[in-house]
Unconditional design. Structure first.
Length: 202
C-alpha cells in the first residue's frame, strides 16, 4: 500500500531492480515517468497528500453508497458466459437487482432463491484487475460471502475431464494480488473451507 509518490517509487524499486537496472536507475526512471501520468497530475492539482487523501475517501464513500436494499449476503459467480446463462436459466424467477459496468461491458446481478437461501448471481470478467474490481463492487452492493468458480486445463492425465478441483494454492503471475497481500510466488487458497467443500462433494 502506498500513500504518496515516494512510497510508490519505493515499491517499484523493490520489484523492478535487477542485474540490468540498479535501484538508483529505477528510481530515476520512475521519478521522471510518474509525474507525467494523469493520476499524479491530479494529485498535484489537488494540492498534495492531504487533499488527495480526501479525494480518495470521497471515492470510497461513493462506492459504499452503491449498497442495494435486499442484496443477498451470498454471491455466486463464474467466468464462462455459457455456464452463467445455464445457471440463471435454472431460476425462472431470477430478478435483476443491480448492474456492474466496465469500459466495454455490462454485468447484470441477479437475485435468486435456492433451497430457501437467497443468492446473487453475476458473471465475472476475465483478468485479475476486472475480476477483483467486480469483487470489490459486489461487496459494496451488500454481499458478504463470494463463491467463485471457473474452468482450467490440467497436465495430470489422471484427472478426469470435467472433474471438480479444489485448489489449495495459486501461482501469483499477475499484479493485482500484490495490492492485497505481501509478495510471494504462491498464495494459499480455501484455507478455512476446503474440508467443508470436500464433505459436500463426497
Amino acid at each position: 500500500m502506498y500513500h504518496d509518490m515516494d512510497d510508490l517509487i519505493d515499491v517499484c524499486v523493490g520489484h523492478m531492480a535487477n542485474d540490468r537496472f540498479t535501484p538508483e536507475q529505477v528510481r530515476a526512471y520512475m521519478k521522471g515517468l510518474l509525474p507525467k501520468l494523469d493520476y499524479w497530475k491530479r494529485y498535484t492539482n489537488l494540492a498534495g497528500a492531504e487533499k488527495f487523501e480526501e479525494f480518495k475517501h470521497q471515492l470510497i464513500d461513493e462506492i459504499n453508497a452503491l449498497h442495494v436494499e435486499g442484496m443477498p449476503k451470498v454471491a455466486v459467480s463464474c467466468f464462462s458466459f455459457t455456464t452463467f446463462d445455464r445457471m440463471v436459466a435454472l431460476f425462472p424467477d431470477a430478478e435483476q437487482i443491480a448492474e456492474m459496468k466496465c469500459a466495454s461491458q455490462r454485468f447484470p446481478v441477479y437475485k435468486v432463491r435456492y433451497h430457501d437461501v437467497e443468492l446473487a448471481l453475476y458473471l465475472s470478467g476475465v483478468g485479475a484487475p476486472q475480476c477483483v474490481g467486480q469483487q470489490e463492487e459486489i461487496y459494496a452492493l451488500g454481499a458478504e460471502c463470494l463463491v467463485l468458480f471457473g474452468t482450467c486445463g490440467v497436465l495430470d492425465r489422471n484427472i478426469a475431464d470435467c472433474a471438480i478441483i479444489l485448489p489449495d494454492a495459486a501461482m501469483r503471475d499477475e499484479g493485482t494480488s500484490y495490492h492485497y497481500a505481501p509478495p510471494s510466488d504462491e498464495i494459499p487458497v480455501n484455507v478455512h473451507h476446503a474440508g467443508l467443500f470436500r464433505s459436500l462433494l463426497e
